[in-house]
Every structure is written in C-alpha cells, then in structure tokens.
Unconditional design. Structure first.
Length: 242
C-alpha cells in the first residue's frame, strides 16, 4: 500500500484506489464544525469509499462512533468516478503537532499527484450570513461570477488548513479555500449546507444539501461534545479572519 511517512505522522492506506491527479476536499474541526459536516455530507451523498487514515502520535488516542459505526477520527476517502478525494477530521489537533501532520498530509498529496486542494472551513461569528467566501492562488473556477459566493480580498487562515494552503503555494498544487461565517459555539448545519451548495456551483457536483437543514437539531446534538472541545482549543491555532 502507498503511504506517506514522517517520524511522527503518516497516511496509511488500507485499500487500493485508482486516482490520477485528483482534486482533494478537506474538512477540519473549526467554527460550526462546518468543514467535517460539509465534506462528510458530500462523502456520504456521493458514495465515497474510505481507503486511508492518518496515524500520528499527535492525534489523541480516540475512535469516532458515527451512526453506530466505529471510525478513525482522521479519514481519507476516494471517489474514483469523479477522481476526487476527501479528508475528514473529526478531532481537535494540538498546535504542537500541526506541522508534522501538515507535512505528512502533503507528502501523501504529492505521492498521489494531487492537482488541487480545496479546504472547507468556518470563520467564527454570531450567525451565518447565507454566503460562501472563496480565496485561491488562481481563480480557475471563476468564483467571482457565481451568485452567493464572494471573493476574499484580505484575510488570514491558521492551523492545519492554513498550513496546507501554504504548502500549496510552495508546490505545483492549486490551493483554495471555501469559507462561511459560522456559529462559534455550536455545530452549524445551515452554514455547512451553504458550503455544499458552493461546492456544487464550483465543481459541478449535485449534492442535495437539504438533509443538513432538515436534520439540524439532531446534528447539533450529535456534535455537541466536539463543539465544546473546539471551543476550548480554538485560541491555540485556529485564528482566522477575513
């Protein structure tokens, strides 16, 4: 199996997938948990297959139970039909381990010849404003012409999302970020739905975002503990503004 290695972090593949210069979507724990909510919903709706996980001494020993199934907290998925990968991380990462995890993740991206990385994330606020915000080294998707999506003219992204985007600038990988304003204290399914619709507009997917709205109460309850953990850790390395 292919895998990327670092002394303290590695991507371990346990299933074979066929990918050629894939686009990679990533969702990490942030404001409103919108990253893992949006990417996880896309993964489930489109039928992605889990094929790898991140192993690292920096990831707290934990397992995630989702709808009764035991899962790794940092998972990688593939959809061969659309040549797309997805990263879903449902655990807060300690600031001292972010550099190693970023390096291991990008080693794996390079080994797979990834052509583009798009990070889905949230910016902490009081309430979602119904819009998505986009930033990229090169706007190859013409986001500035898409209704409901605004270009970010100035901003700052820290943590693992910012670290991965910084690596994109140093390598031949197009890096971009789709952001939404989201609840700083609780899961925000409405903001996650806005991200899903923005992905549909930019990448031509047809994922129905309405279940995120329909099941909002259940989602907020399910992710309440992770929301509390994020609230305790957000000051360490999740600084972000626009």
């Amino acid at each position: 199996m292919q895998h990327s290695t670092r002394a303290s972090a590695e991507v371990r593949e346990f299933s074979s997938v066929r990918l050629e210069e894939p686009t990679v979507m990533a969702g990490f724990v942030g404001a409103g948990l919108v990253g893992p909510l949006a990417v996880g919903h896309i993964v489930e709706s489109m039928g992605f297959s889990e094929f790898a996980c991140m192993r690292s001494r920096h990831i707290p020993p934990a397992a995630v139970f989702l709808r009764g199934h035991l899962q790794h907290p940092f998972r990688l998925y593939a959809h061969e039909g659309t040549n797309t990968c997805a990263i879903v991380c449902e655990i807060t990462l300690p600031v001292e381990g972010i550099h190693d995890i970023v390096s291991a993740t990008f080693d794996w991206l390079a080994s797979r010849g990834a052509s583009e990385l798009v990070v889905l994330d949230g910016i902490a606020g009081e309430a979602h404003d119904g819009r998505a915000y986009y930033a990229a080294e090169r706007d190859t998707h013409h986001a500035d012409a898409v209704p409901g999506i605004s270009m970010i003219t100035r901003g700052y992204i820290a943590g693992i999302s910012g670290g991965l985007l910084d690596e994109c600038l140093l390598h031949d990988v197009r890096g971009s970020a789709l952001l939404v304003r989201a609840n700083r204290d609780a899961a925000d399914p409405g903001a996650a739905a806005t991200l899903v619709n923005a992905v549909n507009s930019l990448y031509g997917t047809r994922v129905d975002a309405s279940p995120l709205l329909k099941d909002a109460g259940e989602i907020e309850d399910t992710y309440s503990e992770l929301s509390r953990r994020y609230a305790r850790h957000r000051g360490e390395a999740r600084g972000m503004y626009m």
